[in-house]
Design a protein. Sequence first.
Length: 191
Amino acid sequence: MKQAIKMWLPLATLAFFTIGTCYMLVHQSIRQAANDPQIQLVEDWAGQIVSGTDPNRLSLGAFIDPSLSLAPFGIVYDQDGNILASSVSAPSSMKQPGGVFDTVDSAPKNQAMYTWQPASGERYAAVMKRAVFQDKSYYVLAGRNLKVVEEREDRVTQLSAFGLGITLVAIAVAQNLQLVGHVVRRVRKKR
């Protein structure tokens, strides 16, 4: 039995790290792709503010309840964190937690990507960028509900766990067959 475990353990460890690495790569790819529409939107909206467009006149998309819709939404904050414009049905519930604006200010290109969970409990893929016009700072946020993305992540987790389980069983079976074959050959030699 100890021999079987000694033979199985290195292969099981290799399988664990291989499948774990694949899982992390796929998971990160799915999550990072969730930011793609928001990156484009904040770049466009911030560019419009820098060019002189009044934040209240930005076209931030359809007026939605982001907890019920998968469509991207936009919010423009002033330098004090007050909401100036929004495509969200209840913008007062979309205040940013302390430190977010400081993080954006210190981020490369004054842009930060993060997962945001306001008091409503929904989780959003959020991208925020600072835009400056006439010595006034504005913070432009684009977000969208992560419901479908998180369902995909859960499915990848389930498939990875299943794949790891099958791989570990297959390694054990192959090791046992190898041991059985070894015993059979020894018995045949003794005859």
